[in-house]
Design a protein around this ligand. Structure first.
Ligand SMILES: [Zn+2]
Length: 416
């Protein structure tokens, strides 16, 4: 992609409305723009990152045996009245009366919708177990939308739901989802804490949160300094780890995932039953598994940055390589840059070509801010000697190599 053909409105100054580091970088690197408080447009770079995250999530969900669906955001309020959650969620729900005087809402989550689907279409133990998931836009009327994508009124979530004939099946599916989550967050370059947590408005007995330690995180977790033990503080005031007797420390964090063993909360209130092998009518046993997909972008930035900008993990980066010809009017520089661009594209490596007539200093600053993992710098002097300069964004290591070897280095790092 040529820089001049895409839309990357980077900012030199930090916007005043940005409250957290990730919010500042999202705006400065031209990933998103706010339309109104709590609702954001994804610009080309932000949309590419969002798609890369979704790709990782879908791969891990599919390999854990889940099947993708897409449920409606527009829902009848009546199904929420059956579980009583229209009251529990209160003003957080966006409620509308349509032209036929039907009460409808914009879904803040989808337990009711999916349970209704199962109630109508699952009737026998032979159809279970089943895990369905979707990646979809959700709506919450937040009192105070803030921190950019972290607390928004319109946001993207991955939500999965498991359906089993008994507790044993639920335990297996819960563990499979837990393991898939750990793989997803690892691929996103995140260090994560997983405290056992309160189930809150979702209901059920067992739940785990997936928390990303971050300076500006809204939540707090008590984390052991020695081992991986963590606990939601609201639950206790201990200062020693029950596992290893190490010190517990309070850390700020962003919640990026939450999984619940729901049991029969929804199937009982909505009548989602099946006939077991003996012909007895039983309620379906459920679990639900959420990931905040859009806020994951913020969490990744919170943990992967330096003073100059974002440092994307390779898998999430909007482009893997940025080619930076420092003099766009120099024939030799531009032909070396065009050659490297063609070769990388032929390998299906996503490349951004900075073809702007800008000073070298601006190109360097923008490239660091965007956080593309590899920068291929092409200047007049090095080209004369047949050399290319490669800068690795993470750690800022610079390598000067003959052209062929520089490309070999890129291939080795990016291709499987
Ligand atoms: Zn410990």
């Amino acid at each position: 992609m040529l820089w001049s053909k895409t839309f990357i409105p980077t900012l030199k100054e930090t916007p005043q409305e940005a409250e957290s580091l990730s919010h500042q970088l999202l705006l400065r690197a031209g990933l998103v723009r706010m339309l109104m408080a709590g609702s954001y447009s994804y610009l080309p770079m932000g949309f590419k990152v969002l798609n890369n995250i979704q790709k990782v999530i879908c791969q891990e969900m599919d390999s854990a045996g889940a099947v993708q669906v897409l449920l409606p955001a527009l829902q009848p309020l009546e199904i929420w009245q059956r579980t009583g959650r229209d009251r529990d969620l209160g003003d957080v729900m966006f409620k509308i009366v349509d032209r036929r005087q039907r009460k409808v809402c914009l879904g803040p989550t989808h337990e009711e919708v999916i349970t209704e689907l199962i109630r109508v279409h699952i009737s026998s133990y032979k159809q279970l177990p089943l895990i369905l998931y979707q990646i979809q836009t959700k709506f919450r009327d937040e009192v105070r939308p803030r921190f950019g994508l972290v607390r928004a009124c319109e946001f993207i979530m991955k939500d999965a739901y498991s359906f089993d004939i008994g507790q044993e099946g639920l335990d297996l599916n819960y563990q499979a989802m837990y393991d898939a989550y750990m793989r997803i967050f690892k691929r996103c370059g995140l260090r994560i804490l997983t405290p056992e947590a309160d189930s809150g408005v979702m209901g059920g007995k067992v739940s785990h949160e997936f928390m990303v330690p971050a300076k500006d995180g809204e939540d707090t977790v008590l984390a052991c300094l020695k081992c991986s033990y963590a606990l939601a503080p609201k639950e206790g005031a201990e200062d020693l780890c029950p596992k290893c007797a190490g010190m517990l420390e309070k850390v700020n964090a962003i919640e990026v995932g939450h999984i619940f063993k729901l049991g029969t909360k929804y199937s009982l209130s909505m009548g989602a039953n099946f006939l077991d092998a003996k012909g007895e009518l039983k309620p379906v046993i459920m679990g639900c598994y959420g990931i905040g997909v859009s806020r994951l972008i913020s969490a990744v930035i919170e943990q992967n940055n330096d003073k100059d900008g974002i440092i994307w993990p390779d898998e999430l980066a909007p482009y893997k390589v940025i080619i930076m010809p420092l003099d766009v009017f120099d024939k030799n520089v531009m032909s070396a840059a065009a050659k490297a661009y063609a070769e990388l594209q032929a390998l299906n490596i996503e490349v951004l070509f900075d073809d702007r007539d800008e000073r070298a200093g601006i190109k360097f600053k923008d490239a660091d801010l965007l956080g593309i993992p590899l920068q291929l710098v092409i200047g007049r002097n090095s080209v004369k000697d047949g050399l290319l300069e490669l800068k690795i964004r993470k750690g800022a290591e610079k390598i000067i190599k003959p052209e062929g070897e520089a490309l070999k280095f890129i291939k080795k790092r990016l291709l499987p």
